[in-house]
Write a protein that binds this ligand. Structure first.
Ligand code: ANZ
Length: 822
C-alpha cells in the first residue's frame, strides 16, 4: 500500500504554488463572471490561531467552489494593522509599535502560505501603510466637507486604564471592551461621524439582507439603532417663558402625568436648578456629584432603588393644565430623547418605583377591558398592557394605536407637541488620543478656526514613535511631537495639526474597496474596478463584529453611494458568521490553560486534515469542540482518497459514458448537489458525500468492473477537484497523479448528466384481480411485453392464479401489471 505523507506533499506543493499563483486575479481580459469572496481581515497580534484557521477554511471553500463553477473569483487578504494592542505591547516591552506590527504581519503571512489559503497575494494591504491611510484621511475630509464629520464637546466614555475614549460599541456591560476596566464619563472635545443621519436607512435596508445575513445579526443591528416612535410634548416651566419638550412613546397617557424628571447631568437640569432657591440648588449639586460616579448601565438598572431630588420648580401639562413638580433623577439619561421624561407612574414601572419612593401621586389612565380595575399604587406594578383610556378627557374609551394618534392630533392641534421619532444610535465618536492610528488631517489656526489639510499634502504621515512618550495621559502622544504638530495654514499663519488619530473602525469601514485597486496611488479605489467586483458576494467572519464593524461599513458605503462613488448601498450581500473553536465546552484561552495551538495541530496532523476537520465538524455557524473531532480520522480519509488517484489506469480524457453506471450516478449526484450544499454552507454534508464517493470508487475498483473502467477516472477526478475545497495539498497531488498539470484549482466542473440522476430501476406492482400479489424491481425502460412476461413468471403471482384462467392482462410499463382471472 502506498504511503500518504502530508509533510512531503506540503513541501512539494507550497513552493510550486508560489510560482503558479493560482489565485491571482489581475488579468483584465478575463471575461468570466465574477465573485468577490472576502474574509474579515485579521488584526496582526501573535500568530494565527484556531479561530483564524476555521474562518479561512470556510472562506476558501467558497472561493475555490466559485472558481470550479467557472467564475473569476477575487479573494484578497490584508491586515487591520493600526490599533491599541500594538501600542500597549510597545509600552510594555519598549518596542516600536510599527516594528511589532510588521513583524507579526510577516509571521501571519508565512502561516497563511503554509495553510494554503486561496488568496490573491498581489493585492495585500496594511491599514498602517501611508499608502492606505492616505485614503482614510481622504475619506475623513469627504465627510468633513459635507458636515458629516464634526467636533463637539461632550461627555464621552473614558477608560481610566487605557486612558482613551471609547465608542459606545466598545463599552461592554459598563466596562472597557479591551481591558475590562470600569468605564467613566468625561467631558472632552471629540470628533464624530454623523451616523445618526443615516439611522432610518441603516434600519430599513436591513430588509434587503433578510435571508442572506443571520437573523440574529439583523436583530442586533436593529436593536442597536433602536428606533422608537412617539411624540414630543412641550411642557411649560412655571416662572419662565420657556417650554421644555419631553419624548414619550405613550402620548396616550398624558392625563396620567404626575411629575417631570430630568437627567441630573443635562444642561436643562443645571438651568432649572440655577433658577431655584438656594436649598434646592445645593441639594441638586450634591446629587449631581453622586450620579457622575455611575455608568449608564448602573443608572438604568431596574433593580436599583430609585434616587432623585426635587428641583423646587414646576411644569405645566399642556393638555390638562396640571401643575407637576420637576425632579432631577438619574434613571433619566441626558443623551436620550430630550433628557427629560413626563412621569406616568400608573403605566411605567420606572416612574412608579420613583413615585412610590418619594410619595408622588399615581394616576391610572388606562384600564383593561372586562377585567378588574388596576391599582398600580397598591400593587406596586405599573399597568403596561392593553386597555381603554379613562380619566383622560377626549381620549376616554380609545385604546392602543388609536389613542396614541388621537393624543398626537390633540397636541398638534394645540401647537404643544408633535409626532417624533427617537433613536438609541448615537453619532460615531472617531477620535482617539493615541499614537498608532491615522492622523486626523485637520489644522487648527491661531484664531481658533479649522482648515482641512489640502489633498495634495496627504498623507499626513505619522511621525516616528522614537522619542515620543506613548504612555496614555488623556492627550494624544502626537501633541508632544513638536516639529510635527507645528505647521502653517494655507494663508501662511501658524497652525497646529490635530493630534488625535482615528478609530481603527474607520480603517476597516471601506477596506473592501481598496482591495480592488490596492496599488493605485491616485485614488482610494478605482470606480471601474468597483463596478466589476463590488459589492461583496459573501463576507466571512466572526459574530463579534455583528454590530460595530458591519454597521460602520454599511454607513460608510451609504455615504459613498450618496457622494456618487459607488452604485450600491449595501456592502455585504451575504454574511457567514462562523462559530468558535472551543475545548471541552469552554472558550479557549491562555489563562485557562486550554489553548489548542494551531501550529502544533498542523505539525501533528497536517494542514489538509486540520482544514477538513474544521469543515466536517458541523454547520459552520456552530461552535466546534476540538475535543469531539478527529483530525486523525480526517487524515485517514485523505489517505484513502489519495491512494485511489494512483490506481486509475484509464488514460486522461477517457470517455466515461460507457463506464459503470452505478458509480457514475454517485459522481453525478454529487455534482448536481454541490451548488445547493456549498451555497447554503453545508460543508460538512459535502465532506460526508466525498466519503461516500470514495467508498463507491473503492468498491468499483476492488469488487466491480475494476480500475480501468473510465467511470473510475471520472469519479476520482471529481473527488480530487472537490477535495480541493478542503484539502488543497492532497487534491493537487491527486490531480497530478491522475496525469494532469497543476493546478487543480483551475478545474471547471461540468454539468451533471440528468440521465444519471434518475433511478435506473423502478418498482412495478403486480395485481391479480385488483389485489397486490408481487412487487418487482425492473429497468425503468422495460417494455410492456417484457414486464408481462416477468409478472407471469413470478412464483407468488403463479400461486395466486392457481387453477384459474387468465382472461385479460393490463400492462402499464414500467409500473403496473393487472391480471384478471376467472
Ligand atoms: C411617558 C411614558 C408613559 C413612557 C408610559 C413610557 C410608558 P424607548 O421605548 O426606549 O424609546 N424616556 C424618554 N426619554 C428618556 C430619557 N432621556 N431617559 C430615560 N427614559 C426616557 O422609551 C421611551 C420612553 O422612555 C418614553 O416614553 C419615556 O417614558 C422614557 F406609560 O413617556 B415614556
Amino acid at each position: 500500500e502506498e504511503q500518504y505523507d502530508f509533510a512531503s506533499l506540503q513541501e512539494k506543493w507550497q513552493p510550486r504554488w508560489e510560482q503558479l499563483r493560482p489565485f491571482a486575479t489581475e488579468d483584465p481580459s478575463d471575461e468570466r463572471p465574477r465573485k468577490y469572496v472576502l474574509d474579515m481581515f485579521p488584526y496582526p497580534s501573535g500568530d494565527l490561531h484556531m479561530g483564524h484557521a476555521e474562518a479561512y477554511a470556510y472562506g476558501d471553500v467558497l472561493a475555490r467552489y466559485w472558481r470550479h463553477r467557472g467564475y473569476n473569483v477575487l479573494h484578497p487578504i490584508g491586515w487591520d494593522s493600526f490599533g491599541l494592542p500594538a501600542e500597549n505591547a510597545a509600552i510594555k516591552n519598549g518596542i516600536d509599535p510599527k516594528a511589532w506590527t510588521y513583524s507579526n504581519i510577516e509571521q501571519h503571512k508565512r502561516s497563511m502560505h503554509r495553510y494554503a489559503t486561496a488568496f490573491d497575494w498581489e493585492r495585500i494591504l496594511h491599514t498602517s501603510d501611508p499608502g492606505y491611510y492616505k485614503w482614510n484621511q481622504w475619506l475623513f475630509l469627504e465627510l468633513y466637507k459635507r458636515g458629516l464629520a464634526y467636533r463637539k464637546d461632550s461627555p464621552v466614555n473614558w477608560c481610566p486604564k487605557d486612558q482613551t475614549v471609547l465608542a459606545n460599541e466598545q463599552v461592554v456591560a459598563g466596562q472597557c471592551e479591551r481591558c475590562g476596566t470600569e468605564v467613566v464619563k468625561k467631558k472632552l472635545t471629540q470628533w464624530y461621524f454623523k451616523i445618526t443621519d443615516y439611522a432610518d436607512r441603516l434600519l430599513d435596508d436591513l430588509d434587503l439582507l433578510k435571508g442572506k445575513w443571520p437573523d440574529k445579526v439583523l436583530r442586533m443591528q436593529a436593536n442597536w439603532i433602536g428606533r422608537s416612535r412617539g411624540a414630543d410634548v412641550d411642557f411649560t416651566i412655571e416662572g419662565s417663558d420657556r417650554t421644555v419638550p419631553v419624548f414619550t412613546t405613550r402620548p396616550d397617557t398624558l392625563f396620567g402625568v404626575t411629575f417631570m424628571a430630568v437627567a441630573p447631568d443635562s444642561d436643562l437640569a443645571a438651568e432649572l436648578a440655577a433658577g431655584s432657591d438656594a436649598e434646592s440648588r445645593i441639594r441638586f449639586q450634591d446629587y449631581l456629584t453622586s450620579t457622575q460616579k455611575l455608568t449608564d448601565i448602573e443608572r438604568q438598572a431596574t433593580d436599583r432603588t430609585k434616587t432623585g431630588v426635587p428641583l423646587g420648580r414646576f411644569a405645566v401639562n399642556p393638555i390638562t393644565g396640571d401643575r407637576v413638580p420637576i425632579w432631577a433623577a438619574d434613571y433619566v439619561l441626558a443623551d436620550y430623547g430630550h433628557g427629560a421624561v413626563m412621569g406616568v407612574p400608573g403605566h411605567d414601572q420606572r416612574d412608579l418605583d420613583f413615585a412610590l419612593q418619594f410619595g408622588l401621586e399615581v394616576k391610572a389612565v388606562v384600564q383593561p377591558v372586562d377585567e378588574d380595575p388596576i391599582d398600580p399604587a397598591a400593587s406596586g406594578e405599573a399597568y403596561v398592557g392593553d386597555g381603554a383610556a379613562v380619566n383622560s378627557g377626549v381620549l376616554d374609551g380609545l385604546s392602543g394605536a388609536e389613542a396614541v394618534s388621537a393624543a398626537i392630533q390633540l397636541l398638534e392641534d394645540r401647537g404643544t407637541g408633535r409626532a417624533a421619532t427617537t433613536y438609541r444610535l448615537r453619532d460615531w465618536l472617531i477620535s482617539r488620543q493615541r499614537y498608532w492610528g491615522t492622523p486626523i488631517p485637520i489644522l487648527h489656526r491661531e484664531d481658533g478656526t479649522m482648515e482641512p489639510v489640502p489633498a495634495e499634502q496627504l498623507p499626513v504621515v505619522l511621525p516616528e514613535a522614537e522619542g515620543l512618550n506613548l504612555t496614555p495621559k488623556g492627550q494624544s502622544p502626537l501633541a508632544a511631537a513638536t516639529s510635527w504638530v507645528e505647521t502653517t495654514a494655507s494663508d501662511g499663519t501658524p497652525a497646529l495639526r490635530d493630534a488625535d488619530t482615528m478609530d481603527t473602525f474607520v480603517d476597516s469601514s471601506w477596506y473592501y474597496l481598496r482591495f480592488l485597486s490596492s496599488k493605485d496611488d491616485t485614488q482610494a479605489f478605482d470606480p471601474e474596478e468597483v463596478r466589476k467586483w463590488a459589492p461583496i458576494d459573501v463576507y466571512v467572519g466572526g459574530v463579534e463584529h455583528a454590530i460595530l464593524h458591519l454597521l460602520y461599513s454599511r454607513f460608510i458605503t451609504k455615504v459613498l453611494y450618496d457622494l456618487g462613488y459607488v452604485d450600491f448601498e449595501e456592502p455585504f450581500t451575504a454574511l457567514l458568521n462562523q462559530g468558535m473553536v472551543i475545548l471541552d465546552g469552554a472558550k479557549m484561552s491562555k489563562s485557562k490553560g486550554n489553548l489548542v495551538t494551531l501550529s502544533e495541530e498542523l505539525d501533528q496532523h497536517g494542514v489538509d486534515a486540520v482544514r477538513l476537520t474544521m469543515c466536517f465538524a458541523g454547520p459552520p455557524e456552530d461552535d466546534i469542540d476540538w475535543h469531539d473531532v478527529s483530525p486523525a480520522g480526517s487524515g485517514k480519509f485523505l489517505a484513502r482518497a489519495w491512494r485511489l488517484s494512483g490506481e486509475v489506469t484509464s488514460p486522461v480524457g477517457a470517455d466515461p459514458t460507457a463506464g459503470d453506471r452505478a458509480l457514475r450516478s454517485v459522481t453525478h449526484r454529487l455534482r448536481a448537489d454541490l451548488p445547493y450544499l456549498v451555497e447554503s454552507y453545508k460543508f460538512n454534508v459535502v465532506v460526508a458525500r466525498l466519503m461516500e464517493l470514495t467508498n463507491a470508487i473503492r468498491k468499483t475498483v476492488d469488487n466491480g468492473p475494476g480500475a480501468a473502467d473510465p467511470a473510475v477516472r471520472e469519479a476520482v477526478e471529481q473527488l480530487a477537484s472537490t477535495v480541493s475545497l478542503f484539502a488543497p495539498y492532497t487534491a493537487e497531488d491527486m490531480w497530478e497523479r491522475l496525469g494532469h498539470e497543476a493546478s487543480v484549482a483551475n478545474v471547471t466542473w461540468g454539468e451533471a448528466d440528468e440521465a444519471l440522476l434518475v433511478d435506473d430501476t423502478v418498482t412495478a406492482v403486480v395485481q391479480v384481480t385488483g389485489k397486490v400479489r408481487a412487487r418487482l424491481e425492473v429497468d425503468a425502460d422495460i417494455t410492456a411485453d417484457e414486464l408481462e412476461q416477468l409478472a407471469l413468471a413470478d412464483s407468488a403471482v403463479q400461486r395466486s392464479i392457481g387453477e384459474r384462467e387468465v382472461v385479460k392482462t393490463i400492462v402499464r410499463a414500467p409500473k403496473l401489471v393487472n391480471i384478471v382471472v376467472k
